[in-house]
Design a protein around this ligand. Structure first.
Ligand code: ADP
Length: 770
């Protein structure tokens, strides 16, 4: 098969061959024509020469005959000269004629005939001349002369025959020569024209070829330039291939690391690619799912509507979350459903459009979210419960304060024994109710996460000691010994929450006394744990009724008692241990129980041990100076800010019993006005007893305003009167600018002590002001 280059060369080459052949043919043919023309011309020339020689021969022969005859008839010798000359030249002429007529046999035979007649004539003339002057003529002379004449006439006729034939031949040759000349000219002209045409065509194709070659050369030049860059191109290809491989490796790394299963879905709805994660998430081998409809991965109930969604996405393709705001589900190979998150991305390659879907299994997250939701709900419920209980307990406390306060007031009046006993029962019931209210409130606070433990230095030995002292009366009343033993290595000051520690101890020791009818209760304190995690261990042991093994865990649950007879025999709510355990969790400690029914119980309370330095004693300035108010103090001006009518009557009555004459403000705003007025009239108050929850302006806000007015705690101590006597409440009171707090229900002795504690300082300040 010829190559492209060979194919391209065929036309000019053929033309070249044709033109060369044509020119060669034409030239040969023309040359042959010219030769033929030359031959014809030569032939004509020969004939002409022959005719001329014949004419000359006849003429010379006539000169010989005429000369011989003239001499014979005249006897003059002059006639012999043409005779002699003729005879000589005839010889030459005859040899010439012989040459000219020897080429053709017929012609040569005519020449021989002519030569014979010529010889006869010459012989006749010779004889005449030999006779000399013949006049008078003899018959023999006459015959001789006549013979000469006859031969001459024969000769003339023979020459005329030859001449005529030769002239005919000449005419033929001339015609042929001229025809040949015309033909040759035509042939040469045609040959030249044809050659020129072929050469023109050849030139055209050659020109085309030259143009093509030039273009090819230029292309070749470009290609050459490109080829010059070949090495660089090669390097670039290698580099690019390397990058592509790297990218490919990176992509498969990303796909492997991605928590999502990635699939590509074609417009037909068929899956054309799936990453290996599909196996982990769906249980399908990626190869197995390719070519399957996307609906294979969906729960049956969503399959029908899906093609519509796909069309919708393809009509306006843009990256987005699928089913934003909706919970999407997918189906595993085993048919199980699970929640997913799907992000869609359009992929275009040329005119082809497909969808890349990243599917994330969110089962775990959904489970976490669900538990979070439940926890949040629980927390919300606990918060609502806490709020409700806080409100309820406040609402219950206020009348309870009235009951307890007035009972307390009545108990100091003149009563008979029975009345006193009844009143004491009312007071105890009120106190029990308050304890229960406080417990419920505590539990609600713990459950809502609102209870925050204090982390301040306190005297742990004193805290345990005071709790023990507090419970000693109850123990002694039951004839029980209450022993306290604190190991030597127990530090005095630790970081923690004093109030809550005391609350727990009071509860556990209270239980020990409550559930022990004879024997003893002991409190022993020691340090345990590794040096880096030391703990204070407080063990409260009793010789009481004990707790059955199977109930020892449950008693820490809310409202649970060891058995149903407990409430009848000992009362209680079943909240104490729950609260203690929760409080200890908040404090970073714990509680455990060991018991043998009928023999006794041991509760072990642990607290984290973080030693603290000695406390700064700032209570010396306002030392408790005893319940008896001094004279100066009794003249003190006391302002009571209290919105509740009964509480106002109670506190007024209590203060009057203590020898004071208070002013009353019905809310915080009135209190501020009264304080301002008193200062302006230079009769400032010595102390303010401030309720916290009041309409318009509450106790905290009123205190902050008073402090902002520039009235210091030294000049005017403000005592919070509150049912919320928790550590955080007390802290908040101090932050607002209050100096102390008094818990509700107000007990006369407590009130007296607080006034005694704070009045002397303000009285001094009062003096300074006046
Ligand atoms: P309450 O004492 O108000 O009933 P607690 O939560 O303080 O509630 O105690 C729960 C239960 O644990 C008690 O009812 C009682 O049955 C049992 N219990 C607690 N402390 C002792 C103890 N020292 N000895 C015997 N039983 C106890």
């Amino acid at each position: 098969m010829p190559t492209l280059v060979e194919q391209r060369n065929i036309k000019p080459l053929a033309l070249l061959v044709i033109s060369v052949a044509l020119i060669a043919g034409m030239t040969t043919y023309s040359f042959a024509s010219i030769q033929r023309y030359g031959t014809l011309l030569d032939e004509s020339e020969q004939i002409e020469k022959r005719l001329f020689a014949l004419t000359r021969f006849v003429s010379l022969l006539k000169d010989v005959e005429t000369g011989s005859r003239g001499y014979a008839l005249t006897g003059q010798r002059e006639y012999l000269e043409p005779y002699d000359q003729g005879r000589i030249q005839i010889g030459q002429n005859m040899s010439r004629l012989r040459k000219l007529m020897s080429g053709d046999s017929a012609l040569f035979r005519q020449f021989e005939q002519l030569s014979k007649l010529s010889d006869e004539q010459l012989q006749n003339s010779g004889r005449i001349v030999a006779q000399g002057f013949m006049v008078p003529l003899t018959a023999a002379d006459q015959l001789l002369l006549d013979d000469g004449k006859v031969t001459m006439d024969q000769l003339r006729d023979h020459v005329a025959g030859i001449d005529e034939a030769q002239r005919g031949l000449l005419q033929q040759a001339s015609g042929a020569a001229s025809r040949q000349a015309r033909f040759t000219v035509a042939i040469v002209a045609l040959g030249i024209s044809l050659s020129l045409a072929v050469l023109g065509l050849l030139a055209f194709f050659l020109n085309q070829e030259v143009i093509r070659r030039m273009k090819a050369e230029s292309d070749l030049g470009d290609l050459g330039t490109e080829l010059d860059d070949h090495t660089e191109l090669d390097d670039r290809i290698k580099l690019r291939t390397g990058q592509l491989r790297k990218n490919e490796a990176r992509l498969s790394g990303i796909l492997a690391a991605s928590p999502d299963a990635l699939i590509v879905v074609e417009t037909s709805g068929l899956i054309s690619f799936a990453s290996n994660r599909l196996q982990d998430i769906f249980g399908y081998d990626p190869k197995e799912i390719i070519g399957k409809p996307i609906e294979t991965l969906m729960p049956k109930r969503f399959r029908n509507g899906h093609s519509g969604h796909l069309r919708q996405f393809l009509s306006a393709p843009q990256a987005r979350e699928m089913g934003a705001g909706l919970q999407l589900f997918a189906t595993r190979k085993d048919g199980s459903e699970f929640p997913v998150e799907i992000s869609l991305n359009p992929e275009t390659e040329g005119e082809d459009l497909s969808v890349v879907a990243a599917i994330r299994d969110i089962s775990e997250r959904a489970a976490v979210m669900e538990s979070l939701r439940q926890a949040t709900n629980k927390a919300k419920m606990a918060e609502l419960k806490s709020e409700f209980l806080a409100n309820m307990s406040h609402e219950l406390r206020t009348p309870m304060n009235g009951v307890i306060g007035f009972t307390d007031l009545l108990l100091t009046s003149d009563l008979n024994e029975e009345q006193k006993y009844h009143l004491q029962l009312i007071a105890e019931s009120g106190s029990s109710m308050l304890v229960l209210l406080n417990s419920i409130l505590d539990l609600a606070k713990i459950e809502s996460g609102k209870l925050k433990a204090d982390n301040a230095p306190f005297d742990i030995q004193e805290a345990i000691g005071s709790s023990s002292r507090l419970m000693r009366v109850a123990a002694e009343q039951k004839g029980l010994a209450l022993n306290l033993k604190i190991d030597k290595d127990v530090p005095q000051y630790i970081l923690g929450d004093e109030y809550r520690t005391k609350q727990v101890l009071t509860n556990i020791v209270g239980n020990a006394i409550k559930f022990t009818s004879s024997g003893w209760v002991s409190i022993s304190v020691s340090v345990t744990g590794a040096p880096e995690a030391r703990k204070i261990e407080i063990t409260i042991t009793d010789t009481g009724i004990g707790i059955a093994r199977e109930r020892q865990k449950e008693i820490f649950d809310e409202f649970v008692q060891a058995d149903s007879s407990i409430v009848r025999r000992f009362g209680g709510s079943g909240l104490g241990l729950t609260i203690s355990q929760r409080l200890l969790e908040v404090l970073g400690g714990g509680i455990s129980c060991e018991s043998e029914p009928g023999k006794g119980t041991s509760f072990v309370v642990t607290l984290p041990l973080i030693e603290a330095g000695p406390l700064r004693d700032d209570s010396s300035d306002h030392a408790d100076r005893g319940a008896e108010p001094n004279k100066a103090a009794r003249n003190a001006r006391i302002l009571v800010a209290e919105d509740h009518d009964i509480n106002r009557v109670l506190i007024t009555a209590l203060l009057q019993q203590l020898g004071y004459h208070p002013d009353i403000a019905e809310d915080g705003a009135i209190a501020i006005t009264k304080i301002e007025q008193a200062i302006a009239e230079k009769q400032p108050y010595s102390i303010v007893l401030m309720d916290l929850q009041m309409p318009n302006v509450g106790g905290m806000e009123a205190t902050r305003n008073v402090r902002r007015m520039g009235v210091s705690g030294e000049e005017l101590p403000i005592i919070a009167v509150t049912a919320h006597a928790y550590q955080e409440d007390i802290k908040a009171c101090h932050t607002a600018g209050m100096q102390d707090h008094l818990g509700k229900p107000i007990i006369k002795d407590d009130l007296g002590r607080v006034l005694e504690k704070w009045l002397p300082a303000s009285m001094g300040a009062e003096k300074a002001l006046v």
